[in-house]
Design a protein. Structure first.
Length: 134
């Protein structure tokens, strides 16, 4: 996957978000870690619709879903404010599925790609290698 200069890469799971910007160009990936804006994880609106082993999802799963929704809301805000022109999202599969439910059409238009993989806590080298492989 080729990522243009100043494109953002969000790496997330249900508890953590890392944000990077490509300081290189489409041919040379040079990721720089960015400060993550505050994420409001209180959005648990869709948590009750997930199937789980019981009728009610666990509180921890609702918290993770709320955090995923909060990430999407923050990214929506950043895109609509013009701070993010292009974006790649790498997230744990369940987190990515929850985030997709909350994408604004403006974010969807700026989305270069998604990778369903849990890379939170991995090195910058691992993130770059995963992007290069897609």
């Amino acid at each position: 996957m080729h990522i243009p200069n100043n494109a953002y890469v969000a790496v997330a799971d249900g508890e953590k978000l890392q944000l990077y910007r490509n300081d290189g160009d489409a041919g040379t990936l040079d990721l720089a870690e960015m400060q993550v804006p505050e994420v409001d994880g209180d959005n648990k609106g869709s948590g009750g619709r997930h199937s789980s082993s019981s009728a009610n999802p666990s509180d921890s799963q609702q918290d993770e879903d709320g955090f995923a929704a909060g990430i999407a809301a923050m990214l929506n805000q950043q895109v609509m404010a013009g701070h993010i022109e292009s974006l790649v999202i790498i997230a744990a599969p369940r987190t990515l599925g929850e985030m997709r439910k909350h994408y604004h059409k403006t974010l969807s238009a700026k989305l270069l790609g998604e990778i369903a993989k849990d890379l939170t806590g991995h090195s910058l080298k691992d993130v770059a290698a995963t992007i290069a492989a897609h």
